[in-house]
Design a protein around this ligand. Structure first.
Ligand SMILES: *Cc1c(COP(=O)(O)O)cnc(C)c1O
Length: 492
């Protein structure tokens, strides 16, 4: 670790009068102050760090080395699918022919891009068993909102205005109820059974002519396959509602089963999770939405279509469409990566994604379940949830385990989600990891379980060798310090 730069802010490296460049005078006056109204003028010099170029380069390079990503290590963050994104897809989406396109260019001049978007829609429709897709939404949650707006448009188009409620399982991702609320729908929660799956009996009592539809995730947030879906879809359809599929985590389903075949009417995917876009910290992403036959006309505009001459056109307006939900065609670089991923993988290897992600999850689960509490024992899909350490007498919590993992060089799994268990620890190894990596992670997890018994204080006070020690997370969230305060000697 480089102590000169380690943990320091750029302001603390500042030396009065030091500059990063020196340019000859170009003879042009840079006094623009007469152009600014007095009220907007500074009363004092800005307090900026004064540093040379090399210090800036080292400072930011050292900071970037403190970051953790899937390209630096194992990242089993359940539900987020931090899987490896092949570099070929990065190369493709950065080709100058794509990067230099302007969204206001004529359709004729961007036929290649429109063709790719169109073919991506067709591929996603095939993968999901849907009739058509929109690529416009910028995230999974944005896709949910769009999909729910499709459902609302469908009911309104039939002149049915009384369907104001949507059923969401208690295991759902937090964005589900949030998107429903954004769409003006009232959320009705359906409980899970002991085995982690939806309680069909409880669902029966919620159905009625005020139900717009039901949102489901499959595999659900516990990584379990919801095998009652055919029956559930039949019940929801019988009461006049539509079925919504949260396909953010499509990994284990790729080429194996399709939401359309299960009875879903509307589905969103997270291209950034399943189809190769490096993501995290809130972006970048794309949440395309697919619909079954009969709902295509409600999809948002612009909508890319192909005419009988084989030309690609953009429909900016269409009578029944719910309208525009984003600027232009969506997050194009993410769409390009997804298309490249699908084409470079091909049908046979896409199928392997599901098989290997499930195999890896089952392997890690089986090797750890003697030390970590496994609340639901049935076969998991691409991820699973432990309820903390089996031995609760040591006082070592899931948070402690997660922090201690950082000391062993692993990113922590998702913790305290889903909310069904107090000490949830949600592990998603993904399909790309080798047996050696998984074994290394398993060894670390077993070692931590051992430490919890022998030297619990070491675990409780972890991390010990990460750039920043354990934070007061509540304080950090409630009183975030977003600017540098010079009075503080070391704000970290
Ligand atoms: C990640 C995720 C979402 C939300 O996707 P964003 O792109 O983060 O908005 C929704 N549902 C599930 C099941 C998810 O895992």
């Amino acid at each position: 670790m480089n102590t000169m730069y380690y943990g320091k802010l750029i302001f603390e490296l500042s030396q009065k009068g030091r500059i990063g460049y020196s340019l000859p005078d170009n003879g042009v006056s840079d006094d623009y102050s007469s152009l600014l109204p007095d009220a907007l003028k500074r009363k004092s010099e800005p307090n900026l760090p004064e540093v040379d170029e090399l210090t800036v380069v080292r400072h930011y390079t050292n900071m970037s080395n403190n970051n953790f990503g899937v390209d630096t290590g194992f990242y089993p963050l359940g539900s987020c699918t931090m899987k490896y994104n092949p570099k070929i897809n990065e190369e493709i989406c950065k080709l100058p022919g794509f990067v230099k396109i302007h969204p206001l260019q004529s359709e004729k001049s961007v036929q290649g891009l429109l063709e790719i978007c169109y073919k991506l829609k067709r591929s996603l429709s095939e993968i999901c068993g849907m009739s058509d897709f929109t690529l416009n939404p910028f995230a999974g949650a944005h896709g949910e909102l769009t999909g729910l707006m499709v459902i609302r448009s469908y009911h309104r188009n039939r002149g049915d205005d009384k369907r104001t409620k949507i059923i969401v399982p208690d295991s759902a991702h937090g964005t589900n109820p949030a998107s429903a609320a954004c769409c003006g729908l009232q959320v009705v929660e359906v409980k899970s059974k002991e085995d982690g799956r939806i309680d069909v009996e409880a669902l029966k009592s919620l159905l009625g002519d005020d139900i717009a539809g039901m949102m489901m995730t499959n595999p659900n947030t516990l990584g379990l396959f919801e095998y009652d879906i055919p029956q559930i879809a039949e019940m929801v359809h019988a009461c006049g509602g539509l079925m919504y599929y949260d396909g953010a985590n499509l990994n284990p389903m790729l080429g194996k089963c399709r939401p359309g075949d299960m009875g879903f009417d509307v589905a969103h995917l997270n291209l950034h999770k399943t189809f190769s876009t490096p993501h995290g910290g809130g972006g970048p992403g794309a949440g395309p939405v697919g619909v079954r036959k009969g709902l295509e006309m409600f999809l948002p505009t612009p909508h890319i279509v192909k005419n009988s001459q084989g030309e690609y056109l953009v429909e900016w307006d269409s009578e029944k469409s719910l309208g525009s939900i984003s600027a232009f065609y969506g997050n194009v670089p993410v769409l390009l990566r997804a298309y490249s991923y699908i084409r470079t993988m091909g049908k046979d290897y896409l199928k392997k994604v599901g098989e290997l992600s499930v195999l890896n999850a089952m392997y890690v689960r089986e090797r750890l379940k003697s030390k970590y509490e496994l609340p639901i024992a049935s076969v998991c899909k691409h991820e699973f949830v432990f309820n903390g350490l089996k031995d609760k007498s040591t006082g070592v919590t899931t948070l402690d385990v997660a922090k201690r993992l950082l000391d062993y060089g692993f990113h922590a799994p998702t913790i305290y989600f889903p909310l069904l268990f107090h000490e949830a620890l949600m592990i998603e190894p993904t399909e790309n990891e080798s047996r050696e990596t998984l074994d290394c992670f398993i060894d670390a997890m077993l070692k931590i379980a051992d430490e919890a018994e022998r030297t619990p204080d070491v675990v409780k006070s972890a991390p010990h060798n990460s750039p920043v020690r354990r934070l007061d997370e509540v304080k950090a969230a409630r009183e975030p310090r977003l600017t540098y305060l010079q009075l503080q000697s070391n704000p970290l």
